[in-house]
Design a binder for this molecule. Structure first.
Ligand code: ARG
Length: 578
């Protein structure tokens, strides 16, 4: 799929080459500096040298003078400026192409095929069973979900795996706790809270009575050996936790292709440990534990404890090898907090030493920072120090309802009660997601509720509101004219909107290559801002002629579509009324 901006580049190369002064494949185009009124620039230094001309400015002038532009070209103007040839679009042709493209393709506008034939595995969210999801999981879920959508849009076959923490010695403790005390009545009402509580109680008790640790170890051994009672109870804990998680995922609109979890790899672990030993990567310690060392390169770690239990690391090694055997992914992506950086270095290096060099090289850890409050302090919700994902969403919802209620009181919207509630839901989730995605993922992100939920500024509600505004204009117009005469949209405000629309496919491509949803967030906000400038200056429904009205309505429809597309790739919905 080639979009207008890509066709423009191809045409540039062709027209410059047609002069005979430069070869098409030597035309490397760059973005002109912000103060230059052009759309593309060709720096002539190398081409001048190749043509035997010492002065690149002289060459640029000669080249620009020789270019012949056909009337139907996307290019309008070619001018020399010092050693550069600056190229500007033909506004009429370019506008017609871009708007027809957006309106014709609709939700497919921006789709690419650069990923065709390639498979990717992406591991995100991955919370722990019998625990609540915390804000770290929020970030992983939101960033991972967006990266997955972007890559799918670019044509990759993407396999999204929720690597649940559903195995490990903590289940020995939970089973032992149940053995001692059983569950309380709360278990059905608030299963996760009860599991968290009973785990904490057991932990405390075992500090006073170390024999309890043996009991927990024994229960984990029974679980690993397939003891029916242990497995049954474990399975129940997994299922009941997943029911709770499903509610959170539904709120966020997130789904997975696989939900293997760590337990899935349990049958492969003995073999993995043995293979690592056979290949000389792992060795038995005097204590009986099995460890992996890397000389000076990285700290060593355990593959098996002295009591025989496997670890998080062991299961990640097995996962990596399994993904390779099963899918041969071109990339194996992990969206996990930066505090696990060392863990993934160790995993990838172990797998490499075991001879699985391809998957080791194709595996990437995409880290992200913590969430802090508006002052940059470690974030804490009203109730305590731990920050849980559902509480964040609840708080956002409460605040979004208040914001909407205020708009109603001010007479700025006239939504029905149902529409208000729907908008509040979408705005609150959108605000939380956007606040995460527009910021540099490597850094800590700030939670500034007022900024996040603001209807003006770099926030989801502002962009959603702009979308709703476009929809409202189209509703008032009563129709979206087809095939209007777009070339009459010549004002600088209209042109700025068209150019931003034209950039979308290339922004999506870069966001995919760099695993960086922030690029799309930035672009989407940019489109909303250009639209605001346009709408402030230029009448649409009251345009001076029916032709102008029709063309501007087309522009408004294209903006609505593309705001929707941009938000969708971030995992954010765009309501039609707000
Ligand atoms: N369950 C882990 C946690 O909550 C995250 C797992 C990430 N994925 C992985 N393959 N290790 O910290």
């Amino acid at each position: 799929m080639e979009y207008a901006l890509e066709r423009l580049r191809v045409q540039c190369a062709e027209l410059l080459a047609a002069t005979g002064l430069v070869k098409a494949d030597a035309v490397t185009l760059t973005d002109p500096k912000p103060n230059i009124p052009a759309d593309l620039a060709f720096p002539c230094f190398q081409a001048a040298r190749a043509a035997g001309i010492n002065n690149p400015a002289e060459f640029a002038a000669k080249l620009a003078g020789a270019v012949q532009i056909p009337a139907d070209a996307l290019i309008g103007k070619v001018e020399a400026a010092g050693p550069f040839v600056n190229i500007s679009v033909n506004p009429s042709n370019f506008t017609t192409d871009v708007l027809s493209e957006v309106l014709k393709l609709g939700e497919d506008y921006g789709k690419g095929d650069s990923g065709a034939g390639q498979t990717l595995t992406i591991d995100f969210s991955s919370p722990n069973i019998a625990r609540k999801m915390h804000v770290g999981h929020l970030r992983s879920t939101v960033i991972g979900n967006s990266i997955r959508k972007i890559l799918k849009f670019l044509g990759y076959n993407v396999i999204a795996d929720n690597h649940l923490g559903d195995w490990g010695t903590q289940f020995g403790s939970l089973l032992a706790a149940h053995d001692l005390w059983g569950w309380s009545e709360k278990i059905n009402e608030n299963p996760i809270e009860e599991l968290v509580e009973i785990y904490a109680r057991f932990h405390k008790a075992s500090e006073e009575d170390p024999k309890l640790r043996d009991l927990a170890r024994d229960w984990f051994r029974r679980l690993e050996e397939g003891d029916v009672k242990a497995r049954e109870l474990w399975k129940w804990m997994v299922d009941i936790t997943l029911l709770e998680f499903a509610k959170t995922y539904a709120r966020l609109g997130v789904t997975f292709d696989l939900q293997h979890g760590e337990s899935f790899y349990e049958p492969m672990l003995d073999e993995v440990v043995k293979e690592a030993q056979d290949k000389g990567v792992a060795k038995v310690e005097p204590s009986g534990a099995i460890s992996v060392g890397f000389d000076e390169k990285l700290p060593s770690y355990l593959l098996r404890k002295q009591d025989g239990a496997t670890l998080y690391q062991t299961r990640d090694i097995a996962t990596c090898i399994y993904r390779w055997r099963e899918y041969q992914p071109d990339r194996n992506i992990y969206v996990v907090g930066q505090e696990q950086k060392l863990h993934f270095q160790q995993v990838f290096e172990t797998v490499r030493l075991m001879g699985y060099t391809e998957i080791a090289e194709r595996s990437v850890h995409i880290p992200f920072g913590k969430i802090t409050d508006a002052q940059g302090q470690r974030f804490s919700m009203r109730r305590g120090t731990a920050i849980f994902l559902d509480e964040v969403l609840d708080e956002a919802l409460e605040r979004a309802r208040a914001v909407i209620a205020e708009k109603i009181a001010e007479g700025k919207t006239d939504l029905t009660a149902d529409e208000q509630e729907y908008a509040s839901q979408i705005i609150s989730v959108g605000a939380v997601i956007f606040n995460d995605l527009y910021q540099d993922p490597g850094r800590d992100i700030r939670f500034d509720w007022d900024k996040m939920l603001a209807f003006d500024g770099n926030s989801a509600p502002y962009i959603q509101y702009t979308h709703a505004r476009c929809c409202s204009i189209l509703r008032k117009a009563g129709e979206t004219p087809q095939n209007a005469d777009y070339k009459i949209l010549a004002s600088s405000e209209e042109q700025a909107v068209v150019k931003q629309l034209a950039r979308f496919p290339q922004v999506v491509k870069r966001a995919g290559l760099e695993f960086l949803p922030a690029l799309i967030a930035e672009w989407t906000y940019g489109l909303a801002r250009e639209f605001a400038r346009f709408y402030h200056e230029i009448p649409v429904l009251e345009a001076a002629s029916p032709e102008l009205r029709a063309a501007r309505l087309g522009l408004v429809a294209a903006v609505a579509t593309n705001l929707r597309n941009g938000l969708a790739l971030l995992g954010i919905k765009a309501p039609e009324r707000m």
